[in-house]
Design a protein around this ligand. Structure first.
Ligand code: CMP
Length: 140
């Protein structure tokens, strides 16, 4: 079944480079609506919790350090077929493999500093959105 919500983070590299606005513009131009948004900075512990699914991966410690190294912007997005369409818009995890015109192709610096996160399933989109936003902080 097609879903209508996904979750994204503008990562520290894109925030620091001043690309938040340009990335949000691409997201809105692709038909997504912003249903919740905030700038914040994760602690290493919170980054570890958010990325717990990757805790056995060799890059986990670096990822947690990186994701807590500076501000991020957390966003809940709505659109028909949101999870899949957003993953198409952002492109492959490794920007070297990302298609032309995708957010990661344009803005990402490396596989770790890859500009944006995008949920990989409906279930994770809901979990990740709830990680950052209470019911009162998002359009329900
Ligand atoms: P993201 O979509 O946020 O989900 C997990 C993140 O781990 C991923 O983007 C990358 O930024 C990061 N990462 C770092 N190294 C790797 C790797 N070798 N393979 C996959 N993801 C990696």
């Amino acid at each position: 079944m097609a879903t209508n919500r996904t979750f994204t983070m503008i990562k520290p590299d894109a925030f620091e480079a001043g690309n938040t606005g340009a990335i949000l513009k691409m997201i809105e131009n692709a038909g997504f609506k912003i249903m919740a948004m905030k700038a914040t900075q994760l602690t290493p512990q919170l980054a570890g919790k958010f990325y717990e699914v990757h805790k056995e991966r060799p890059f986990y410690a670096d990822l947690c350090g990186y994701m807590s190294s500076g501000p991020i912007v957390a966003v809940i997005l709505e659109k028909d077929n949101a999870v899949e369409d957003f993953r198409t818009l952002i492109g492959a995890t490794n920007p070297a493999n990302a298609a032309d015109g995708t957010i990661r192709k344009i803005f990402a610096k490396s596989i770790e500093a890859n500009a944006v996160h995008g949920s990989d399933s409906d279930e994770n989109a809901a979990l990740e959105g709830n990680f950052f936003f209470s019911q009162a902080e998002r359009v329900s």
